[in-house]
Design a protein around this ligand. Structure first.
Ligand SMILES: [Zn+2]
Length: 630
């Protein structure tokens, strides 16, 4: 079914920004809902007397964006206020119940945008702010607790407007249901043309119009990927530079706008020196290997298995506190060992480790300790299943235990393969090794699968060793990988690292809907974001991608079996003088064409973040070469 096309009312007035994809001149559907006419609000936003956190935020977001689009303030009213005329019902209220719509009848993350006579309904499954719900906790991937992810901010200050008497609001928690927000954000994108390309004011595209109306078919859906943890924070140079000035509060709001969060899941290291010291200090099951130094345990020890299983059961029953640094959320209790091979060498452990000696792959991801680690995971899972058959022991398929073990895995074990996605365009052998164990895991397990995807190279080594990498733009390859994962039924993805602004945005869109037209998204971005400078900026970006993603640019010795010499390849093979000249000309052309704001500012931000970084990288490389010659 085709997505409904936005209808922009009868008047074509102030139009400073070209329309997004799909927002073409379509015949006016019958009974278009007018939100704003000639700069005057002609509808009201209706929320419950005590709205859910999601409905409260959704109402504010609607009010703010409609204000920015048209200059009109659409009032937010309580269900108890007498309201006449057109209404946008936001979240469950007495009014939605009259339409037979209740939040709890929606599936998790499901939402509805509905058009009725003189009424638009934006509703979905929402987390309710009750004492019992607040008691539920866990240890998420980011932040220490679920409560810590219910970020608080001064809404109007965050969006850069004078206060409207709202003060501080608590946002719906990252991993709390917020279907009403999903509905509002979808509505603002589809029907109002808003695009959140970043958290800062400059990175958000908001059309300008005096009149605004909307109509279409009902949309009832939920994001395709259920756990979405990219949480771009602008921690690395490209994103930070491209976004321009932003605050932490804006980032927190931005995560909701690009629909990060979702289903509760966590999977990361849990047994490490701190948790072992605090909780697993029984001498009976300490590692017999003196080199372990308190970082490994005897994972074949029955006492340890019992204790961990009990801890998982306590967690699932809401009893007891998990230690700091532990990871468990929702139906998933994670167990992952510490990152070293100084494993216990008692006879039982040694026998299982011996089984893995032949399972080296020559890559980072191998199966050397798979039999050892998954024996322990299976033993804990078997114990927990006796009392909690519907819960999962979560673990990673990572490093020396990336490959599945030689035996079957318990049905209540949820695996998260760790995949070197950022290598896929240019390192076919690593991709193949990843795909091999990813597929084997898919065949071996029926439990929900999550992924940990690496986007850390080449930027992470560059930052650590203080050199400048060639921008590793791979937006099409990223979209392709993510589409495959989602179509394979992967339930959630955690991103390790950060991409550039556009790739990050495209990935979030594919996570929401893998059928999205990626080229259309890219075209739309350049058109809306850079206006007159769209063409050279797009050519610049796609040329970066073409260079970065061409395997022929990475011959040996830059290409090793288990990796890439990112530092050497950057300016010896990728950013060559000829290519730099070509790319520099495109940037110069964009600067010449972008004469008005905000396009001018955006070109300047991209120039500084990407192009100047590249020029510095090339200069540093040339200087080092000269020094070598002297
Ligand atoms: Zn042992």
């Amino acid at each position: 079914m085709a997505a409904p096309l936005p209808h922009w009312g009868i008047c074509a007035l102030v139009l400073t920004i070209p329309w997004p994809v799909g927002a073409t001149d379509q015949p006016a559907p019958r009974q278009a809902f007018d939100l704003v006419q000639q700069g005057t609000a002609v509808c009201s936003i209706i929320v419950a007397d005590r709205p859910s956190p999601a409905a409260r935020l959704a109402a504010l977001e609607l009010q703010y964006h409609l204000l920015k689009i048209s200059g009109a303030q659409v009032p937010i009213r309580s269900e108890n206020d007498p309201v006449e005329g057109r209404r946008i019902l936001v979240g469950e209220s007495a009014a939605t119940r009259r339409f037979g719509l209740r939040s709890e009848d929606f599936k998790p993350q499901e939402y509805l945008i509905a058009f009725r006579t003189n009424t638009i309904i934006l509703i979905g499954r929402d987390w309710e702010d009750t004492e019992a719900n607040r008691k539920v906790d866990g240890r998420p991937m980011v932040g220490e607790t679920l409560q810590a992810l219910r970020h608080k901010l001064d809404y109007w200050k965050t969006v850069g407007c004078p206060d409207r008497g709202v003060g501080e609001v608590e946002l719906p928690g990252l991993y709390d249901d917020q279907g009403t927000c999903l509905a509002a954000y979808d509505f603002l994108e589809r029907f109002c043309g808003v695009r959140w390309y970043g958290p800062s004011a400059i990175s958000i595209v908001i059309p300008s119009r005096k009149s605004l109306s909307a109509a279409g078919d009902d949309i009832r859906r939920s994001p395709a990927l259920k756990h979405r943890s990219a949480l771009p924070g602008g921690n690395w140079p490209f994103l930070r530079g491209q976004w321009g000035d932003f605050t932490t509060d804006q980032v927190h709001l931005y995560w909701r706008r690009i629909r990060q969060g979702g289903e509760r899941w966590a999977g990361n290291h849990t047994f490490h020196q701190a948790t072992i010291k605090a909780l697993f200090n029984d001498p009976a099951y300490q590692s017999k290997n003196p080199r372990s130094q308190g970082s490994q345990l005897c994972y074949t020890n029955p006492k340890l298995i019992k204790q961990v299983a009990q801890m998982a059961c306590d967690y699932f029953e809401g009893k007891g506190e998990l230690p700091e640094g532990w990871k468990a959320l929702g139906d998933y209790f994670a167990i992952v060992p510490d990152d070293n091979m100084n494993l216990c060498n008692c006879p039982a452990c040694e026998a299982l480790l011996q089984q893995g000696r032949t399972r080296k792959t020559g890559f980072f991801s191998s199966g050397e300790m798979s039999d050892y680690w998954f024996s322990f995971v299976n033993a804990v899972a078997r114990e927990v299943r006796k009392t909690h058959p519907d819960k999962y022991i979560a673990t990673l398929a990572y490093w020396a235990y990336a490959l599945p073990p030689s035996f079957s895995v318990e049905p209540n074990v949820s695996i998260a393969p760790c995949l070197h996605t950022c290598y896929y365009p240019v390192h076919p052998e690593m991709r193949e090794n990843d795909m091999k164990f990813y597929r084997e895991w898919r065949e071996k397990t029926a439990a929900p699968m999550f992924l940990w995807v690496y986007y850390h190279h080449p930027m992470e080594p560059a930052l650590i060793d203080k050199w400048k990498s060639f921008p590793h733009v791979m937006v099409h390859e990223t979209a392709k990988s993510m589409q495959m994962f989602i179509r394979d039924g992967v339930r959630g993805i955690f991103e390790c690292g950060e991409q550039d602004q556009l790739e990050q945005y495209v990935m979030a869109k594919v996570w929401d809907d893998p059928n999205v037209d990626v080229d259309a998204l890219i075209d739309e971005f350049f058109r809306l974001y850079f206006g007159a400078a769209a063409e050279p900026m797009k050519r610049f970006y796609l040329r970066l991608e073409e260079i970065a993603c061409n395997p022929a640019n990475y011959p040996a010795p830059y290409h090793r079996r288990d990796g890439i010499d990112w530092k050497k390849v950057a300016w010896e093979r990728l950013g060559t003088p000829e290519r730099m000249e070509e790319l520099g000309a495109l940037i110069a052309q964009a600067q010449k064409l972008a004469v008005i704001d905000p396009e001018k500012q955006r070109v300047a931000l991209w120039r500084k973040a990407l192009w100047e970084w590249m020029c510095q990288g090339r200069e540093q490389y040339t200087a080092a070469q000269q020094q070598k010659r002297q």
